[in-house]
Design a protein around this ligand. Structure first.
Ligand SMILES: [Zn+2]
Length: 345
């Protein structure tokens, strides 16, 4: 299915739903974690077929059926899903039983026939969905230590990061697009796990899930510049050529750079000019490595490098298997990652 990565995609349940799994988490018997593909669902057209988002214009009945099929295959109750309203923030929220069902159309699950509209679009009666508090709160990371609470993270090129404290049995699912990566949402999640549950970073395993690879992720100089300033020392600012040369920098600027701890990873591993080098890149285009930037964020937050798994699966390279914003544009569905603590072993 994916060259060199096909062992990571397994078929689950009677309907043989393909789901990405992560080797470093498979040995943890109290945990379930994975990432959907676009295969095995009922959505049609550009949403075909396992679209997990109600926010793209897909028929909500179809989305709910996808969620039901996916949940059944993996072995959790759809009512226990907590779906975040992601907005590229660094907001991380602790959730539990009280939040279960947030963001999904439970009413469709119970009686879908009553809600399907003749017109294309969403059904007309979604009261149970609207009644769940917090549905509109902007949340890009969730944490729980409660069994059977299913944390979701949605994406179509953005990076899903899963965190597992194997000692305290605390889990987190984080959504990191370029903004969330630059603003270091994974650190925000780790700090919250530590402060609220006593998590020790040496006990936390991390997985960087399927998302866009560096070769597929061309960004403008403005975005590249944010990452250069955060991750790369002694490189010129990209969006203002007048201040490019080190000799033009003020003493204060040079001192600021010297004060920054050099992150792990080579310069080019996070931001790479599309042509030439940083000081001579006529295209003003760059390639950004969100996997490496998040890996560096995790390490700088105290996670051991050997406890980080990078899935290495690109959603755009494999846009026949995953939804990809860069490949499909706005007319597309959304993949989901999930993580939950099992009550039954
Ligand atoms: Zn790619």
């Amino acid at each position: 299915m994916i060259k060199d990565k096909k062992d990571n995609i397994k078929e689950f349940g009677e309907n043989h739903i393909p789901i990405v799994t992560f080797k470093s988490l498979e040995g943890i018997d109290w945990l379930k974690c994975g990432f959907s593909t676009r295969l095995g669902g009922v959505s049609k057209g550009c949403f075909s077929s396992m679209n997990m988002s109600f926010c793209r214009g897909d028929d909500a009945v179809d989305v709910m059926e996808n969620i039901r099929l996916f949940s059944e295959a993996v072995g959790f109750e759809p009512q226990n899903i907590v779906m975040p309203h992601q907005c590229h923030t660094t907001n991380v929220q602790i959730v539990g039983k009280n939040e279960c069902g947030r963001g999904i159309h439970l009413s469709l699950l119970k009686n879908p026939g009553n809600h399907r509209s003749d017109k294309q679009g969403t059904p007309d009666n979604l009261t149970q969905y609207k009644d769940i508090p917090g549905t509109e709160e902007e949340v890009d990371g969730q944490i729980t230590n409660e069994k059977d609470v299913v944390l979701y993270v949605l994406g179509a090129d953005c990076v899903p990061v899963f965190l597992v404290d194997v000692e305290k049995k605390v889990i987190s699912a984080v959504h990191a697009g370029w903004r969330g990566t630059a603003d270091n949402i994974v650190q925000a999640a780790i700090v919250k796990m530590r402060d609220n549950f006593g998590s020790d970073t040496k006990d936390i395993k991390a997985v960087i899930g399927p998302s866009i690879c560096q070769d597929c992720y061309e960004v403008s100089a403005d975005v590249a510049d944010i990452f250069v300033s955060k991750y790369i020392l002694n490189k010129s600012r990209l969006s203002n050529n007048d201040s490019n040369q080190p000799k033009d920098q003020s003493d204060d600027q040079q001192k600021d750079q010297q004060d920054v701890q050099h992150p792990i990873g080579s310069d080019m591993s996070i931001v790479r000019p599309a042509s030439g080098d940083f000081n001579n890149n006529p295209t003003q285009k760059y390639y950004l490595n969100l996997w490496e930037a998040n890996r560096v964020n995790l390490i700088n937050a105290g996670i051991k490098p050997e406890n980080i798994e990078v899935s290495g699966i690109c959603t755009k390279c494999h846009s026949d298997i995953f939804y990809s914003h860069r490949a499909h544009g706005n007319d597309r569905g959304v993949n989901c990652g999930y993580i939950t603590i099992r009550s039954k072993l």
